[in-house]
Design a protein around this ligand. Structure first.
Ligand SMILES: [Zn+2]
Length: 237
């Protein structure tokens, strides 16, 4: 398997919330994309593991990914064991992504913080020949952080991707997670993300970042390095 872009997330639905527009846009341009969910989200307040497996499959079809894998790491204990690092090393080598999307470490849920460090470290270690797994050593060319809930307040983006043409399909992929988001017929306890306003808030965030680059909807991303521009005249034309 050789992917152009792989998104790693602690729980099924994180990719759809935070970088679904970019995945759709890249798939539409012919790039091969994939998702690795680290856990099944089994500690979530709403829905069962079976529900979330089905929802994740449906959302992956909407996002047109080549592959969606799950490492079955324990929800709420991600990154607690060295074995988790080897599992992520192995999946990076298996998928060989040029770009790796991972959550930013500024996050409310400990799994998101830990997944950020786990994925960042594993991307480096995946390139070391002397760490042996089933697949040969491979290191992604670039790591890109996607925003999670708290990142919106604290840190400005390195760049913003115009997802205006893809926003409706991003919402559709999100709504595939029926057990997690607002459902007037659900009798399960309300959570932060199942409030009726939550999906409107996601749209407001995408509208805000879109407005910063003069488009309708945008998704913000962060890189740790500086962006190099070879030809500023061509770039800013
Ligand atoms: Zn999550």
């Amino acid at each position: 398997m050789k992917l152009d872009l792989l998104a790693i997330a602690p729980h099924p639905d994180d990719v759809e919330l935070h970088c679904g527009g970019l995945l759709l846009k890249m798939a539409d341009q012919g790039y091969k994309t994939g998702i690795v969910d680290l856990s099944r989200g089994e500690m979530g307040t709403r829905g069962t593991v079976a529900d979330r497996n089905n929802e994740a499959d449906l959302a992956a079809k909407i996002l047109q990914t080549e592959v969606r894998l799950n490492l079955d790491l324990p929800d709420s204990q991600i990154g607690w064991d060295h074995k988790h690092t080897l599992d992520v090393v192995e999946v990076i080598r298996r998928c060989q992504p040029d770009l790796l999307l991972i959550p930013h470490e500024t996050a409310r849920h400990p799994d998101h913080r830990n997944a950020s460090t786990l994925a960042w470290d594993s991307a480096f270690l995946a390139g070391l020949e002397k760490i042996t797994t089933h697949h040969p050593a491979f290191r992604p060319k670039q790591i890109i952080f996607y925003y999670t809930h708290y990142t919106y307040r604290d840190i400005g983006p390195s760049f913003i991707v115009d997802i205006s043409l893809y926003f409706d399909r991003k919402q559709k992929a999100l709504k595939a997670f029926k057990s997690q988001f607002y459902d007037p017929e659900s009798t399960e306890p309300e959570t932060f993300i199942s409030r009726p306003e939550f999906l409107d808030e996601i749209e407001a965030q995408n509208r805000y970042y879109g407005s910063l680059i003069g488009v309708k909807h945008g998704e913000p991303y962060i890189i740790r390095e500086h962006l190099a521009i070879d030809d500023p005249v061509a770039y800013f034309k």
